[in-house]
Design a protein around this ligand. Sequence first.
Ligand code: E4P
Length: 214
Amino acid sequence: MKFFLDSANLNEIEEIASFGLLDGVTTNPSLVAKENGQKNFKTIIKKICKIAKGPVSAEVISTDYKGMIKEGEELAKIDKNVVIKLPMTKNGIKATSYFAKKKIPVNVTLIFSCSQALLAAKAGAAYVSPFVGRLDDISSNGMSLISDLSEVFLNYGFITEILVASIRNPIHIVESAKLGADVATLPYSVIMQLFNHPLTDIGIEKFLKDWNNK
Ligand code: E4P
């Protein structure tokens, strides 16, 4: 399972890369805005690509087809690892087909149903991003969407990768891994939570105590 970091913060990206855990990065307009990056979006993406050395999703702001193509083409020029992130709309799917024909990878974002993911896969998306946390937030079961997608993609041998997004806790990752999801994009805080177990801390404390009592 590949780990992407869901962040536009360079310090966080550098830290996760230093653990050797970073396979790629996903950003979205909210994450970029959090870093005050609206004006220097391309510079931020360029810097992220330098650190990440793997796929980096950069999302278009346009909602019309022509605007998506223009923005996507500009973003794709930034670095060979840039993945164009397009929303799950009619224009987004049309633009996905356009970029797929040009062999430019697309991540279709804001996926909330199996039927939406099917459309994105058929249009040639490199990744689909089902948002599990936001589904859980409205009392829907995010993980059952991942289970459905895994089954359907396997049935037809789609090469589109399932990129589990909107992850809120370690259980989301473990469940995604059990279902064979290709990628999980994790907020920094959730990656940090993955390290922890109280028995590990107690174990280290005991080993050191025993060692020093010798
Ligand atoms: C993924 O690409 C999205 O940017 C992200 O996972 C959304 O997460 P949220 O629902 O916590 O905002």
